[in-house]
Design a protein around this ligand. Sequence first.
Ligand code: ADP
Ligand code: MG
Length: 318
Amino acid sequence: MSAGDVPTAGDLAAWDDRLDHEATPLARAAQYSVIARQDVGRRPAAPRPSRTRVFVVANQKGGVGKTTTTVNVGAALAQMGQRVLVIDLDPQGNASTALGVEHRRGVPSTYDVLVDGMPLVDVVRPCPDLESLWVVPATIDLAGAEIELVSVVARETRLRKAIQAHPLVGDAETAGEERFDYVLVDCPPSLGLLTLNALAGGDEMMIPIQAEYYALEGLAQLLETVEMVRLNLNPGLAVTTVLLTMYDARTRLSAGVAEEVRAHFATDVVLKTNIPRSVRVSEAPSYSQTVMTYDPGSPGALSYFEAAREIATKGGQR
Ligand code: ADP
Ligand code: MG
């Protein structure tokens, strides 16, 4: 059944253990709708893109929701039946943690790909909770890569070459039916060589912006960097997606920031869905999970699902 439909007797029986029987009729109706949306989340709700879409999730500000967005959009797309690869490019390895993939020192990781030229295919690990999600973990070694890469030839395009050389990146003809539909790169909070490598290797850039007072500060510098990358390294890079995170619908501040952000970008770049501030979202990583599996009916999970649906439906033609 789809969200909004009346549940059948069969649905009710199947859902019995997921319903709160003490709830009022109104609360029950809300539960039906949540469960229905969870079930929709497990079905391919969007067609596959014709070729792999490589997204760079970047913003040099720390704590704006880059990692949270990468792992939850990735998980939501996987729940929609898409084949997703998350590349952790932050030495902190927070995306690896949230996706339940080991990232202690010595584990084959993005460091080996960037610094030693190890093929990406040799460092990809499956996410234990989601069938069609894979992860390239980051270890703390990556912290040294910014310096180690300085003397390396073509140091800004190491990740791009690695992504393009992966046999499952491409279209049906070059990469077959097993191809990745989405590659999401989680960047560190800086505009150094790691982020440059991501920007040089991506098709689309996603900028998470925290709905707070200083939201737009630093944005000009970020967009200048994108322009520089476009001119010198990757003419195909486009800022296609901006997502407002930690949005508080009760405050005029959040609404004001959203308005300002929308005025700054072309109409369809800022997603209609904002991600609310939600404790469940911030709790999930401590259980090595995304909120999409930790609490799929929570407002944060439903919002990330909506955001992923927007991404999957609006840009599939690229
Ligand atoms: P970044 O990767 O940009 O540094 P994170 O994704 O790590 O940012 O988020 C920073 C902090 O904010 C983390 O502790 C995270 O759990 C928390 N956080 C992110 N999004 C939300 C949200 N929607 N609601 C509540 N906490 C959030
Ligand atoms: Mg992060």
